[in-house]
Every structure is written in C-alpha cells, then in structure tokens.
Design a protein around this ligand. Structure first.
Ligand code: GCW
Length: 845
C-alpha cells in the first residue's frame, strides 16, 4: 500500500514538473487573499536583497509582535521558499528588523525615524541602523508593526518592487470595524454563507479555530475591531456565565490587534437584569450598566465596547420613557468611559408603521430628524453609526445627509459587505465603486469642500474617533462569504477604510492577483467583471434611484415591485399608471432634499439638476419624462433591464475564457454562480419590464418587452401529472403562470417540434425552492439531453421571483417532429415547477 502511495506521489511530482499548469492547487477559499502562492523564479529574485537575519525587537513576549514575526516566516517560506535566521541582537550583517518606533530608537538613538506617524501606522524602509544596512518594518504601535508585515508580504505577493523602499502609511481613521449579525442560536441575520462561527445553540464557540482565522484575515487589511453578535441583540449574551467565553474570543482577537465588542439590548436592565425599569435616566439603571461593564472589563481589560440598536424595527429604546438617544447612549458611555470603551449608537432609527397614504411621510428623513437635534449632546466616547444612505443599503441611494450634519459628535459610516439587497452572494456585485462614490461625495458640510471621506477621517470637524464600520456576516462556509468572488468586498472595504484614496480599479486588481494569481489575463478579466458588476446589478433590478424593487416584506432577494407599497416600511417608489418616484423636494414633496447643505439641496430640489441615476429617489415624474440621456423614463427602465441581463450573461462568457488559468474548484463554483445569475437577471428583467408595460401601456421601442418569440410557456405544453398554477405576483412568472408536479411520480411536459430544424440552445426556466431538491430531465426525440437537481439553496419558499432559475443546454440538434419532453420529480416542498422553455437557433456554424 505504502509503495503504491509513494509511486503515485512520484508520478504526481513528475506530472507537475512536466505540466506546470496542472499544478493549480485545488483551493477552498479559506485562505482568502492570504494564500501566499509561490512566486516564479524571476519575481522571487528581486527580493534576494531582503536580509535573511531577522531581529524582532520584542522586549517582553508580545502576542502582536509574535504574530507579526510568525506571519513573516510563513509568507517568506511560501512565496519565496526562504527562511530567516533569528538574531537576538543586531548581527554583524544586514538584518530585517521588526519593532515599534520606540524600540528602534532604543536600539539606535541616532536612527532617523519618520515623524508623521499616527497610531496603527507603519513604516517600511531600507535604512542604516547602527551602521548596518537594514530593512525595517516598524509601527507607531505594535499593531502598526503587524500591519507593516502584512503590507510587506502583500507587496511581495503582488510582485512589487522593494528597491529603495521608504514608505510610511497611516490609516485614514482610527475606527475600522466590522460587525457580524450573528444570533446566539447560530443563525446569522442577513448572512448568506452558513452558520455562525461564533455561536451555536445558545453557546459561544470560543475555541473555534475559524475565529482566529477570521481575526487574522481582518488584521491583514487593517481592521481593528469586530462586534460579534446581531444588533437585534439577545440580552443573554451579557449573562455572567458567558463572560469567560467572551474573554476567550478576546484572547484570540488580541493576537491580531482586533478589539472585541458586542451588541447590547437597551432593555437588558429590565429583561434580564432584575430591575423594573431600563429608563436611562434612572440611577439604578446607570448603576446596573456600571456593574455589568466593570465585570466585563475584569474579564477582558481591552474590551472594545458596545453597539446599540434601539427604537428601531421593534427593538425597545429610550423613547419608551420619553428619553432621547443621547440619554441612552450616554448612560452606557459613562459606564465604559473609565475603561476606555466606546458605544456605537446606530442612527438606523425610524418608524416602520408610517402611513403610506400621507405623501409627506418619508422614512429617508428619520436618521437626520432623530439625531441632528442632539448634535453636541453625546459624550466623547459615543460614535453615531450611520448607514451610508438614508434608507437601507439599496442598489442606489444618495449619501445620508446625517453624515454631514453631526459636527460636534463622533460618527462612523456603516457599509454592508453582506449583500442583503444586492443579490445575497448568489449574484456578483462588487460594491467598492458604490462606496467610492459615497466617500468622494462632497456634502459641503462646512460650507466648502467636505467629501464624506474627510468627514470620516475626522478632518472636517476635528473629531478624534470617527471612522468606518461594515456589516460582514462571514459564516461557516469554507470560503467565508459563499460566492467565490464575494470576499473582494471585504478586502475592498478594509482597504478603503485604511485609505479612501485608493481607486476601485487598484483594489479590484490587488484582490484578484492575491486571490487568483498574477496572470495578466486573469487579472484583467476578473477585475473588469468586478468593476462593472454593481451597475449591472442596478440595471436589472432598480435603476434611476427607484431602489432595489425587491421583496421588501420578505427575503429582500428576488423582484416584488408592489411589496414596497401600501405598507408602513416606507421604501415606497410610488409607481402608478401615470408616474413613478418619490417627491422628496422641499417645494412640493417630503422635504428630505432640504436636509442637505444648501449647495447639495439645490441640486436635488430641482428636476433639471438631479442626476438621472437618482431621479426617482427625489422626484415623481410621468413615464414620458425625458432624462438627461434623452430617453424617456419608461424606455430607460426597459433598456437598462435588457442591457443589465445581457451584461450578466456576458460574465459567463468572460469567465469561461479563464478555464485552466485558475484552479478547477474556484473555476466551476464561480461559473455555476454566474450562470445562475444570468438566468435570474432574466427573471428580474422580465418581471420589471412586463410590470411597467402593463401599468403604463407604453410599449418598448425596442419591441422586446412582451414579445418572446422563442418562448414556449410550460402551461401550454402537453402535461402529464403537472398542473398549471397562477403565480403571485403575476409578473414573477412568464404569463403569470407556472406548472407544478404535485404527485409522487414523474411528471412531464412535452411538445412536438414544428420549427426550423437545426442546432438549438434549450433554456429551461424553472423554480428552485429551498426545502427539497426536485430533479429535472430533458429529452429530445427520446434521448436524454440534460439533467439537474434544483439545490441552489435560494431564499425561496414558493414559486416566484426568489426561486426563478434557468438551466441551459447548448447545441442540441432538433428536427421537425421531434418530441421535446421535460420530466420533473418533486421533493418535499419543491414541486419541480416549470415556467417556460426557450429554443434559440444557433446561427453560428
Ligand atoms: O435592513 C435591515 C435588515 C435587518 C437589519 C436592519 C438593521 C439587523 O433587513 O435585518 O437588522 O436593517 O440594520 O438593523
């Protein structure tokens, strides 16, 4: 047996040597961008001058510096095949020195150190130390040293030159956090990559190795804090028996310079704390928070603080006692203050029982209305955490006016890496270009030039604790975020929080090279897909600032246009037969535009100056209104959905050009997602276009909407076992109908082909319900041409916009008189439902 194994290994080695392409390792994605793939000889050669002696200036054993040193060893070994000789004092030869600025100064009081460094900043340089030519990786603090190491090894992985390097980098802002919305029982609110890595069944998974792996990934891109539980907080996390487990997580995080924080429920003093009140102005309540916080800090001396969601979406808050968010934030902040802890108080406070009939009501106004009057009343260890747009992570929103309105209060922007409204990691949607637009947007907050990124860096209003938070929601799936390209959003978020001046292009190219290698073809193809993907998604979901047009009261995934209307949630687009859009002007609408500073308000107040892509966010117009582009609103809706769906289909083709250039696992997993996305984009396109065609009665100049010459509705086929059903809302199935197999047997739908003989692509639009794995088979002239199982794990409980999916079979020869038959076998709630088939003649020879 052993012999056989050795022989196989030998064969594999010979094979790998002969066919270098074949050694593309199978990858799970668990290493994210820290793969440290081996560099080719030539690239590796340029790092020959990096010294092999390593001096770590590590006076006491410091966990952070140990991590920095270990990371350096690992990266050099894997990328360059090199190892270091560890020195305990400066050797008589060039050395790589790791240490803080202070420890360098101690080693060589004459050393020329940079003077411009801020906490967490780092310095990488070739410099003379005690008359030796050395290579220094230093930090303003220990975390900075670790960040310097990660920056150095990133440069090496990217093949960048280190010659004459002398580089100082400081973070743009001190707050660079992530939030997880993990529940104690192990699910993750708006998480799309499996169960929680932190909790299961009410228990804290404190020794789960994934926690350390996550912390390392976060540290590698400069993230310095992580809030681990859902903002809809379970008060029991604060129970005494949980503290040792939280402490264990903090110990793990500490190795990577990541501070731990948790979400707390403002009603805890009453719900779990034994008091009969949670009134923030009650002295007993203040005492309760002090005691809790003191106990926490006794267990975790560097605990970060709390995140608070209150008076929002059913969470209790200070309004219960007619107190303000400042009263609530400050009582907790004062308990944390002696320990240097902070409170992130979320500005996502709105009434979700708004009267939709009142045209002056507007959820978009809520954050500003609630928090702007309190500016100056928050303690200095409170940070107001503000979603980037005034609604809720839609495909396109204007920048939240509150970001420019808090001048005497700390603030952090909240972004969303988890793709709640952006395709839930089943769709490719790289969000960096969207965030860049937000960060570059000039709010004219202090009269002149004040882009959001400068407000967040604290520069505009001289705030010491501003910054960035992103809701990430990684899960137990090996590659963290499920879609193999989705980690680009976490990478990009962190890179922007560190340096918002980086371009989307640079971020996309860096991430691609680190994740899939430096082959120029791979790098160009993937980064260009990433860069266009947000616009693509926006085009086939909700363009012109209409919002995502998704199922607002359900999954937030597939199309459901009317779900936004006639309810209190306030995500209205106000589409009726005559016009569409929310009038948010001051003159005739809700007045939201007036929350911006005058130069910005002026732009949005007028129809003429509002940019097309936000038109319907700010104005209600007839469908025949002509955009700056020269198109009418309704024609734009049609065109953008068709263009978006075409672009989604083109991603499949682009990706297919990479076969053999990246590892097979990542290649096929991504291909599956992109193929699914292109089918779902068609479902989106048709739902929105057919809806507006019916509503407006205005036909599509391109003649596409309502005309599907290649399409055969399943309900019009000859059915055996299948039954035709009406789909609600009607636009989520072609013709408003589908067929489903309610019997415990094979059902079938068939037709006799009477068209032009030739090679066809057969597209089958079917429905994939989460619970159950229905099976499908396609026969042409009695021959099996394709089969698949509906097991995509979509957030779908019924036939409709969430479940609509497409399976394509290319190049099938079909002759006149051939029978085309689809068979379906249901499983649990998945009734092998079918919408239609399309037969497209392959015109290429
Ligand atoms: O958009 C909503 C989400 C909720 C989330 C909330 C929030 C955690 O649908 O799931 O709750 O935002 O940000 O608090």
């Amino acid at each position: 047996m052993l012999k056989r194994f050795a022989f196989a290994t030998l064969l594999a080695a010979i094979f790998a040597a002969l066919f270098p392409l074949a050694i593309l390792r199978a990858e799970t994605g668990s290493a994210a961008w820290l793969r440290y793939a081996k560099l080719d000889e030539k690239t590796a050669q340029q790092y020959a001058g990096v010294p092999s002696a390593l001096l770590a200036l590590n006076r006491q054993s410091s966990p952070l510096l140990n991590s920095a040193r270990d990371e350096l060893f690992l990266a050099f070994k894997n990328t360059l095949g090199r190892t270091f000789r560890v020195a305990h004092q400066l050797p008589q030869e060039p050395a790589l020195i790791l240490g803080t600025l202070d420890s360098l100064r101690e080693l060589d009081p004459g050393i020329d150190l940079p003077t411009s460094m801020t906490p967490d900043g780092f310095w990488i340089a070739r410099v003379r130390v005690l008359n030796q030519n050395c290579f220094v990786v230093s930090g303003q603090n220990e975390r900075g040293v670790l960040y310097g190491v990660f920056a150095l090894v990133r440069k090496i992985s990217l093949g960048e030159s280190l010659e004459n390097i002398n580089e100082v980098q400081n973070p743009s802002a001190p707050i660079r956090w992530v939030n997880q919305w993990d529940n104690l029982e192990g699910s993750i609110e708006r998480g799309y990559a499996g169960r929680s890595i932190f909790f299961d069944n009410g228990k804290i998974l404190s020794s789960n190795p994934r926690i350390a792996a996550y912390a390392r990934i976060l540290a590698s891109v400069g993230i310095n804090g992580c809030n681990i539980n859902n903002v809809n907080a379970n008060p029991h996390l604060l129970d005494d028996e949980n503290l040792p487990h939280l402490a264990e997580i903090a110990n793990t995080f500490r190795l990577w310079g990541v501070q731990l924080s948790i979400s707390v429920n403002l009603s805890s003093p009453k719900t779990t704390g034994g008091l009969d009140t949670f009134d923030p102005l009650d002295p007993q309540v203040a005492k309760w928070w002090r005691n809790k916080v003191d106990a926490l800090y006794a267990a975790i001396p560097d605990f970060g603080g709390f995140v608070v969601k209150a008076d929002s979406e059913g969470q209790l808050g200070p309004s219960f006692y007619h107190r303000s968010p400042a009263d609530a934030a400050d009582v907790i902040a004062r308990a944390l203050k002696p320990h240097h802890g902070i409170v992130f108080y979320r500005a996502f406070v709105y009434d979700h029982h708004l009267d939709w009939r009142n045209l002056k009501n507007d959820r978009a106004k809520a954050a500003f209305d609630n928090f702007h009057p309190l500016d100056g009343q928050f303690d200095d260890n409170v940070i107001i955490q503000i979603k980037h747009g005034p609604i809720d992570f839609q495909a396109r929103e204007p920048v939240s006016p509150l970001l420019g309105a808090l001048q005497k209060t700390n603030e952090a922007i909240e972004l969303q890496v988890t793709q709640e409204y952006m395709g839930q990691q089943h769709h490719l949607c790289f969000l960096i270009p969207m965030w860049k637009e937000v960060l570059d947007f000039d709010l004219h907050a202090d009269g002149s030039n004040s882009p959001v990124k400068e407000i967040l860096s604290g520069k505009t209003f001289h705030r010491a604790s501003n910054g960035y938070v992103a809701v990430v929601n990684v899960g137990f799936e090996e590659n963290w975020l499920s879609h193999p390209l989705a980690m680009s959003n976490l990478y990009g978020y962190a890179r922007l929080a560190w340096n918002p001046e980086l371009s989307s292009d640079q971020i996309a190219r860096e991430w691609t090279a680190l994740t899939f290698g430096r082959d120029p073809k791979v790098r160009d193809t993937i980064s260009s897909m990433l860069l266009s993907s947000w616009h693509t998604y926006e085009s086939y979901t909700g363009p012109l600032g209409m919002q995502t047009l998704t199922d607002i009261t359900g999954s937030h995934y597939g199309p459901n246009i009317e779900s936004s209307e006639e309810n209190g949630w306030g995500q209205w687009h106000r589409a009726d037969a005559k016009g569409v859009g929310m009038d948010r002007s001051v003159a005739t609408g809700t007045g939201f535009a007036g929350q911006y500073s005058p130069p910005v308000a002026k732009i949005y107040e007028s129809l003429e100056t509002t940019p097309d892509d936000l038109l319907l966010f700010f104005h209600h117009v007839p469908y025949t209104y002509v955009l700056h582009s020269g198109k009418t609103v309704v024609q734009h809706i049609y065109d953008s959905h068709y263009e978006g769906a075409e672009r989604a289909a083109a991603y499949v083709q682009s990706w297919q050009t990479l076969k053999g250039k990246i590892d097979d696992e990542s290649y096929s997993a991504t291909l599956d997602r992109l193929q699914y996305q292109s089918g779902h984009a068609i479902a989106w396109r048709d739902a929105i276009c057919e809806y507006f065609l019916k509503l407006t009665g205005i036909s599509d100049k391109g003649g596409r909407v309502g005309h599907h010459p290649n399409r055969i509705e399943a309900e019009s086929m000859q059915l055996s076992g299948y039954t035709a059903v009406d789909v609600t809302p009607w636009e989520n199935a072609s013709g408003g109908k589908a067929i489903e197999c309610l019997l415990l047997q094979v059902c079938s739908a068939k037709l006799v082909f009477e068209g032009v003989p030739g090679k066809y692509k057969i597209d089958i639009q079917y429905f994939d319900i989460k619970s159950g794995e229905a099976k499908y088979r396609v026969f042409v002239a009695g021959k099996l041409m394709g089969e698949w199982t509906a097991n995509m794990q979509l957030p779908a409980t019924k036939i409709g916009g969430d479940s609509s999916a497409r399976h394509s079979i290319p190049d099938i020869m079909i002759k006149k008189g051939d029978e085309i038959r689809i068979e379906g076998i249901s499983d649990k709630d998945d009734h092998a439902a079918l919408d239609y088939i399309e037969l497209s003649l392959n015109l290429q020879r």
